[in-house]
Design a binder for this molecule. Sequence first.
Ligand SMILES: N[C@H](CCC(=O)O)C(=O)O
Length: 277
Amino acid sequence: MGLMHQSCLVFDSGIGGMGVVQALQSLKPELVIDYLADTALYPYGEQPDDLLIERIVRLIHAAYQQLKPDIVVIACNTASTLALPAVRAALPVPIIGCVPPIRWAGRVSKTRTIGLFSTSATARRPYVQQLHADFAADCRLIVHGARQLADLAEQAFLGKTLNVDALQAELSALFAQPGGTQIDTIGLGCTHYTFLLPELASYAPQAITWLDPAPAVARHALTILEELSARAPCERLAALYLTAPPQGEADFSQAIRRLRFEKWDMFETHFLNTQSP
Ligand SMILES: N[C@H](CCC(=O)O)C(=O)O
């Protein structure tokens, strides 16, 4: 069957996964895309690993039972680098993760010095060191676990004015590290940063090739969807669930309409009423 009636659940802590939603929509407008954001626990980058792993599995499992998607995209590096195996073990459908584009950066960099912006949690994960060792061992990797960039991206998504000082402080924290002037390629290791890409590029102190994995993640998800066998068609409208109300509700409601979501709903009722795996 074609993708006409298939559905995909996209998961993130906040608005970061909306970059993957955009890419999915432009590639396959007919796909039903549901979205779950764990806004109650945002930012994931500042949460302890053991809390996150259990929570992510329970939430995605509950959303799966509610929405029965054909595929799940964990459009969050902080969640994927921690909980991909646990989510895969708990669900009977393909789970696509989103991990820092270190391999891609290793293919692209001429100076062999690559940068990575991510959350603090992702920056200290062994997953990142493993990607470096496996796919870009001949590159110097300079990582900055940025506390403020996800917040700035949330603001940008709502159409708010950029806090330029905060953005520049995060850029400096990467480029001021030893070897920073040699960086020619930077990977976005947090899905939120899609919404800051023009600002990051314009305030960076040197020419950089910026790598945003969102379109590649979307293409990968669609390839996997195409391989799935036929199922009952999904005829309903796309759902957007949050675990806590958004900051700036009017701006949020306007912003999500650009992504073709008519409204948002609280997820907690479904979450609490669903048995964990
Ligand atoms: N969007 C998430 C993280 C933002 C947060 O700290 O919650 C990621 O890709 O890592």
